[in-house]
Design a protein around this ligand. Structure first.
Ligand SMILES: Cc1cc2nc3c(=O)[nH]c(=O)nc-3n(C[C@H](O)[C@H](O)[C@H](O)COP(=O)(O)OP(=O)(O)OC[C@H]3O[C@@H](n4cnc5c(N)ncnc54)[C@H](O)[C@@H]3O)c2cc1C
Ligand code: FES
Length: 267
């Protein structure tokens, strides 16, 4: 884990209230894995005091990319920063995705901003073995990921308001896909709102497909010191009844968690 001053190389709006941030982070990128995150200090002042967690959305050479949505004070400050300014970045943190073997096929299921960690994962998978499903509320929310080293990857889109791609929930596309032959070779990777994740877990359980999910929770420290991100594990999976999203996750096998007990704040 490295705490590094990182220079902003890009900070531009890419969709409704959504920005792409690029940082020169040569030390952090050398060990970062898909699914891991960073904690960013937004200002040298004391307010906001706490760093904010963001998934690593991709790495191109020495540059680390983050896709973020402006929702409160911290992300508002972040969106006002300009190319050439620097921010303090701590990472890489947490446990990431287990990358599929070359003979496996991966289905990535993103809901809204949940696309952020999955873009980095997609960078590591052969496009011929990848099916990237992404759901958004509306066409104006759709995030174009082709500039992030994914020019050969086609997003299979769904929008809630039927303005682009298939109308309705992205999980409908997942279910249709799993009805087709060859599903036993698949692993599903997902990140998004809790309701969507619960549906993904239900579907993959029904088809007996392995599933890894990336979770969010409010985080104060990001390194396992404050207990603020503790969640209950499935009793059949782990002898300790609590897991920490920051240290044991944010990526978990779906069977590690007790899905009936979660009410996490999601992007
Ligand atoms: C492991 C992890 C990875 C994340 N990755 C990304 C990412 O790639 N892109 C991105 O845009 N966001 C991501 N988030 C969420 C991001 O950390 C929050 O959006 C951010 O901290 C909000 O800061 P703020 O100061 O703007 O809002 P605040 O002023 O802190 O909060 C404004 C509102 O947002 C709510 N909020 C605070 N934290 C979260 C949270 N973690 N999730 C949802 N709502 C929250 C608050 O309860 C409040 O209602 C991630 C969170 C975690 C834990
Ligand atoms: S955020 Fe402090 S223990 Fe996880």
């Amino acid at each position: 884990m490295i705490d590094q001053k990182t220079e902003i190389i890009i900070n531009k709006k890419i969709a409704e209230a959504t920005y792409l941030l690029g940082l020169n982070a040569h030390k952090i990128v050398s060990t970062a894995k898909p699914g891991q995150f960073v904690m960013i200090r937004l200002t040298s002042e004391n307010d906001p005091f706490l760093r904010r967690p963001f998934s690593i959305s991709g790495i191109l050479e020495d540059r680390l990319f983050i896709i973020y949505r402006v929702i409160g004070q911290g992300t508002r400050i972040l969106s006002s920063l300009q190319k050439g300014e620097s921010i303090q970045t701590l990472g890489p943190l947490g446990k990431g995705f287990t990358i599929p073997r070359p003979d496996q096929k991966a289905v990535l299921v993103a809901g809204g901003l949940g696309i952020a960690p999955l873009v980095f994962l997609a960078q590591k998978i052969d496009p011929d073995r990848l099916n990237f499903l992404a759901g958004f509320r509306s066409a104006k929310d759709v995030i174009d990921v082709r500039g992030l080293g994914l020019k050969d990857v086609e997003l299979n889109l769904a929008t809630d308001d039927h303005s682009l791609g298939q109308g309705g929930a992205v999980t409908n596309i997942l279910e249709d896909l799993l009805f087709k032959p060859g599903r036993s070779e698949l692993t599903v990777f997902s990140c998004g709102p809790l309701l969507m994740l619960k549906q993904v877990v239900k579907i993959t359980k029904k088809f007996r497909i392995e599933c890894q999910v990336s979770l969010e929770s409010n985080m104060a420290c990001g390194v396992g010191a404050c207990q603020g991100c503790a969640i209950e594990s499935a009793s059949s999976y782990d002898t300790s009844s609590y897991l920490h999203v920051c240290k044991d996750g944010p990526v978990f096998k779906s069977e590690a968690l007790d899905w009936n007990k979660y009410d996490l704040k999601k992007t």
